[in-house]
Design a protein. Structure first.
Length: 88
């Protein structure tokens, strides 16, 4: 999935650094998150992908920050979603 969403940017010339981390949900569950940190000149794009699977169901979460500045409204909104996400 990460390869598909970053393919066009990499072909354009972006350099990618892949990172992985765990995010603890308010429900107590640890969510494995894969992050692609893409840079080109002064532009920075960040993609984050996580998935949760259950029997007969699942959830795919993807966040994109496109040339976003630190502490922007977009970053605050994405952090609010990550910090309030509860999977039942």
């Amino acid at each position: 999935m990460l390869g598909e969403v970053t393919k066009e940017s990499i072909n354009y010339g972006f350099e990618m650094e892949r990172r992985e981390y765990k995010h603890k949900l308010i429900s107590g569950e640890d969510l494995n998150v894969i992050q692609a940190y893409l840079t080109y000149n002064d532009e920075v794009n960040i993609y984050e992908i996580a998935s949760v699977g259950r029997k007969d169901s699942g959830l795919l979460i993807m966040a994109m920050r496109m040339n976003d500045t630190k502490n922007s409204i977009g970053e605050k909104l994405i952090n609010l979603i990550w910090n309030s996400l509860e999977i039942k």
